[in-house]
Design a protein around this ligand. Structure first.
Ligand code: GLA
Length: 405
């Protein structure tokens, strides 16, 4: 099991790192959590339903304005500086730098549309730290995007509607990192509420939040398969494309269909000639239904039903959407044999990353020991466990108010 650091400790660490890097005090700190997704996988880019929740792992950015016309970034996890001027003439090549470059480009665009008499800055410096495991499907990317954007909004005194902000964050991913992802991660990192469970409808970008029941004795545990995943170069873009093709094919046959949500089981026969596309749409229909049922189960405290839905979701992602791996299938089946586990499934984009498990809190050490020992015998991989509390979304911990030094 890995060690969790509290948000307060991380804030102190963030200020300290900033001071070491830039020899000045930070004027603001923004923190943004990662996320799990309870149900509703690969549904967001089809305007479907999901049940995401923010977790007690964070990215933090401390920042301050500069008189110098430079934007300077320090990434603690890469041990690197990167800087640029606001002309943004030179696009960086490293991924973490592209996030910063993307956020600056988007904010530059926003500044063009606002009146000239508002306060502005010449440059700024930023230190980035965090404890969201990278590349494990826990949304370290969306968390970084929202931290970068919010620190820039604050520095430039920009008022941005959070609903617009999640679209800007997604643009960083789509346009600058080249990953055609949906809005799931950004939505969860922005809007989650620690006391409630939320179902998100990506067709009209609405959400319903309700108190949940029955989870007091349970914890969400992620187990890392140890298989590294990068969505940009994986099969992820192919899945997005297959779904678009399936929708277009059905639309040609049935003119009433204009959106994925208009597709019913009966329409799947239009895809009989292409079993791959048929399976993708079949997953989508089932997963949307499971997400609705899962929300209900959480509100009513029906843990056995929730567990069953997690299982069904795994099978659908494995057999119909084909985004699982042998390692993830193995982890899931070992986990569900443990009496303290209500359900387990692959989580996030797939092709590696973590499983999500709902486990009786007092049995977690035994659960992890058992799963890890069988997993390491089979694959010689550790199967690291991560345990979370559910938390609120992005926060400006300390908005910037002071003058550049
Ligand atoms: C990744 C993407 C999300 C979503 C999930 C799968 O996390 O970033 O947009 O598609 O995969 O549910």
């Amino acid at each position: 099991m890995d060690k969790e650091t509290s948000l307060e400790q991380l804030m102190l660490q963030s200020k300290k790192v900033f001071k070491n890097c830039f020899q000045r005090e930070a004027k603001g700190i923004v923190s943004c959590p990662g996320r799990i997704n309870i149900l509703g996988e690969h549904t967001d880019y089809m305007g479907g339903l999901s049940l995401p929740a923010a977790i007690s792992r964070y990215t933090l950015i401390s920042y301050a304005p500069l008189k110098e016309k430079k934007f300077k970034f320090w990434s603690q996890s890469h041990g690197e500086f990167w800087e640029t001027d606001f002309s943004l003439a030179k696009r960086p090549t490293k991924n973490w730098q592209l996030f910063a470059y993307g956020a600056l480009s988007i904010v530059k665009g926003l500044l063009e549309d606002r009146p000239n008499d508002l306060p502005t800055i010449e440059g700024a410096c930023f230190s980035i730290i965090g404890n969201i495991p990278l590349g494990k499907g826990l949304s370290s990317s969306a968390s970084l995007e929202l931290c970068l954007l919010n620190s820039l909004y604050d520095l430039f005194s920009l008022k941005v509607d959070p609903m617009n902000s999640i679209h800007y964050a997604r643009r960083i991913e789509n346009e600058f990192l080249g990953v055609p992802s949906g809005l799931l991660d950004q939505f969860a990192c922005q809007f989650s509420d620690r006391n409630k469970i939320q179902i998100v409808d990506f067709k009209n970008l609405s959400m319903k939040q309700e108190h949940h029941q029955g989870l007091a004795d349970w914890k969400w545990v992620c187990i890392d398969s140890g298989v590294k995943r990068t969505l940009g170069s994986s099969e992820y873009p192919k899945r997005v494309q297959q779904c678009e093709q399936a929708l277009a094919t059905i639309k040609e046959q049935r003119l009433e269909v204009s959106h994925y949500r208009d597709i019913s089981e009966a329409d799947l026969s239009y895809l009989d000639h292409n079993q791959t596309l048929k399976s993708r749409m079949s997953h989508m229909i089932g997963e949307n239904l499971r997400t609705l049922q899962g929300f209900d189960a959480l509100v009513k405290g029906d843990i056995p039903l929730l567990g069953k839905l997690l299982e069904q979701s795994h099978h659908s992602l494995r057999d119909l959407f084909e985004v699982s791996t042998n390692e993830l299938d193995f982890l899931k089946s070992v986990a569900t044999k443990h009496p303290a586990c209500a359900g387990s499934r692959i989580m996030g984009g797939g092709f590696g990353g973590c499983t999500l498990n709902l486990v009786k809190a007092d049995k977690i050490p035994d659960f992890l020991n058992q799963v890890q020992s069988v997993y390491s015998q089979e694959f010689h991989l550790k199967g690291q466990g991560f345990i979370f509390d559910l938390v609120d979304g992005v926060k400006l911990q300390q908005p910037s108010l002071q003058q550049p030094q």
